[in-house]
Ligand binder design. Sequence first.
Ligand code: HEM
Length: 155
Amino acid sequence: MAVIATAAAILSALHLLALAIGLPAVVLRALALREASDPAALRRVFAADAAWGFAALLWLATGPVRAFGPFEKGATFYLSSPLFHAKLGLFLAVFALEIAPMAGLIRWRMALGRGESPDVGAARLFGILSWIEAALVVAIVFVAAFMARGFGLAR
Ligand code: HEM
């Protein structure tokens, strides 16, 4: 029992730390993308992007384990919670919006790796997508808080 409870606490802490890293990171990425033609700002874009990517991995590593493992309220609770489905839907929306910036920033890194200056023409679009993703993460936090307290469940 103590092992499960300890693991549950660690998973919960990592899940919340992902938020403490991810939300500021995607906002800082959006801000740095405004000056993407400036090499110093581009380095900030890449640093924020790396932190955002790390946060996404933390959410993916801890979220499903918490939902479907023996650590929280169990799979039946979450699968019967409309808010859990809403949360997953919002998370998938963030992922879908992230495909273009993720691919674009990989291209930029590769261009720099070849000693070329990257075409940052899409920086404005990636900035707008980053702001929308940040807003979706904030929405997920509210949905998660209500979900965790059983809102939306059939009584
Ligand atoms: C952007 C991504 C995510 C954010 C910002 C996020 C945020 C949160 C927050 C703030 C809580 C704590 C809620 C509270 O106790 O008041 C939480 C709990 C939880 N999250 Fe996430 N989460 C994310 C992704 C995921 C994913 C992908 C899954 C599962 C597939 C997931 C499953 C859970 C579970 C099972 C809990 C525990 C809820 C409970 O205490 O019953 N999360 N999440």
